[in-house]
Every structure is written in structure tokens, then in C-alpha cells.
Design a protein around this ligand. Structure first.
Ligand SMILES: [Zn+2]
Length: 262
């Protein structure tokens, strides 16, 4: 899209005053920081003259960020074109720092491929091998869920951050990852974000073409679940935020009763 830009930087101190005035006069401003507006160049010249400001006005290409919907001059300094459309660097940085999903993909030699991949609304490092969608549980809460046509989900769980349960889940992961690497199975570890920072989705996905190989590990999977995944401990920690050892009998009972109601 073509737009106009006020080139001079000298009026920087008066910036807000100018933009407020232009807005009052009905000029469609695109981005104050970038000094861009959509149309009405003659009117803008007149207003600036009235305000005693000498400024050069030029034409530029602008693009709308698909995420924040702000307009940016397309000179590569504020963002770039991606498959999803134009994405500004601020939005890109946000998605990379808080990615809906972080994915570790292991090939048949057990190597991690360019780790980790982030998958979000606008950035997808897996080129579509994995996608995410938001599952809302109510107006404020929910979590991201991964999808894939290439991989099949075989186990999912929640990391209850900083808990004994999370330590046990880590051990479970280590056992499974080691066995799958040894068996030359292509697989992916998928971590997904939820509205609760203490709950992180932890999923294990196996390449569909390696499902036959994986079936041989079915017994090991069940043993590892048995050994490291204790549903009572998980429930108590999830509901109280504490390890069962730190809970009073009352708290434990409350958690178990609550869980049976939920
Ligand atoms: Zn943006």
C-alpha cells in the first residue's frame, strides 16, 4: 500500500502536538512513530504551514502487520514479509519469546534437527509439519494444542512447573527419549503453552512411518508410565500447587474430592 511520510525529523519535540492536530483535522494517520498517513497530503501541508512547520512529505510503501495491525514502512527496518503476511519485528520477537509451541524433532540417528523449532500463529519453523491451535476452556483460560499430519501423538501430559511431579515427568521423558533414539525412531517432543504459566504441555509424537518400530516399545512406555507417572501425586500438585509431601491431610483430601467433581 502507498502512503505518505513526513520526512523531517526536526519537529520531533513537537511530534504529539502535530499528530493530535492532524487527527483533529480528520487525517487518517497510519503510524505516528513512522510519521505516516494515508491521504490528504495537501491538507497536511496546509496544517503544517499554519503551525509554522517546514517539512518535506514523501511517498512510501507501507504494510500492515498481521499481528498488531499497525502500519510499517516497508524498508526492512521494522519487519518483513512471511508466509502469513507482513510481520513486524516486535510481534515476531514476542512470538519467539512466548511461543505457543516449542518443538524438538529427532531424526532416525537421534539427532536434534535445528533445535528448537517454534510454532506460533505467524511463525512456523517446522514449515507446517506441526501446527498449533488454541483450545479455550473458558473466557480467560485455555491452552495450545499441536497438530501434525506427519507425526502421531502417543503421549501427552502436563509439566507442573517446579514440582516433584515435573522431576518425575523429566525422568519419564529421559527413558522414552533414550529408547527411541536407540531404536532409530523419528520422533518429536512438543511443549505447548497454556494460560497458566505453571502448566506446560508435554507431548511425545512419533513419525507415522515409524509407528511399527514404536509398537515394540509399547511395553516400555507402559512401564515408564507406571513408574514415573503417579495420577494421585499429579492431581494433588495440580490442584494445590504443592508436592503431596508438603500437603496436610486435609489439603490432600480436598484435592482428591475436587478432582472427582471436576
Ligand atoms: Zn506487529
Amino acid at each position: 500500500m502507498k502512503a505518505y511520510v513526513i520526512k523531517d525529523r526536526e519537529f520531533e519535540e513537537k511530534t504529539d502536538e502535530i499528530w493530535d492536530r492532524l487527527e483533529e483535522e480528520g487525517i487518517e494517520i497510519l503510524n505516528r512513530r513512522e510519521r505516516t498517513f494515508k491521504s490528504g497530503v495537501r491538507k497536511v501541508r496546509k496544517i503544517l504551514k499554519e503551525m509554522g512547520i517546514e517539512a518535506e512529505i514523501g511517498k512510501v510503501d507501507v504494510a500492515e502487520c498481521v499481528s498488531c495491525e499497525d502500519y510499517f514502512i516497508e524498508d526492512g527496518s521494522n519487519g518483513g514479509w512471511r508466509e502469513c503476511g507482513y510481520l513486524c519485528y516486535a510481534c515476531e520477537e514476542y512470538e519467539r519469546s512466548e511461543p505457543p509451541a516449542t518443538i524438538y524433532i529427532y531424526n532416525d540417528e537421534g539427532y536434534e534437527e535445528d533445535m528448537p523449532h517454534t510454532v506460533g500463529h505467524y511463525i512456523n519453523d517446522t514449515e507446517g509439519t506441526f501446527n498449533v491451535s488454541w483450545v479455550s476452556t473458558d473466557a480467560w483460560r485455555g491452552h495450545y494444542e499441536a497438530q501434525s499430519d506427519t507425526y502421531q501423538e502417543i503421549y501427552d501430559d502436563w509439566i507442573l512447573a517446579y514440582s516433584k511431579d515435573a522431576e518425575e515427568l523429566k525422568k519419564f521423558d529421559e527413558v522414552m527419549i533414550k529408547a527411541m533414539k536407540e531404536a532409530g525412531i523419528r520422533f518429536a517432543k512438543v511443549f505447548t503453552r497454556s494460560s497458566n504459566v505453571f502448566f506446560i504441555g508435554n507431548e511425545l509424537w512419533v513419525h507415522k512411518d515409524d509407528m511399527d518400530k514404536f509398537k515394540k516399545l509399547g511395553k516400555l512406555l507402559n512401564e515408564a508410565i507406571e513408574k514415573y507417572r503417579n495420577p494421585t501425586r499429579y492431581t494433588i500438585t495440580a490442584l494445590t500447587g504443592k508436592d503431596p509431601d508438603e500437603c496436610t491431610e486435609e489439603e490432600k483430601l480436598w484435592a482428591i474430592v475436587s478432582a472427582s467433581i471436576l
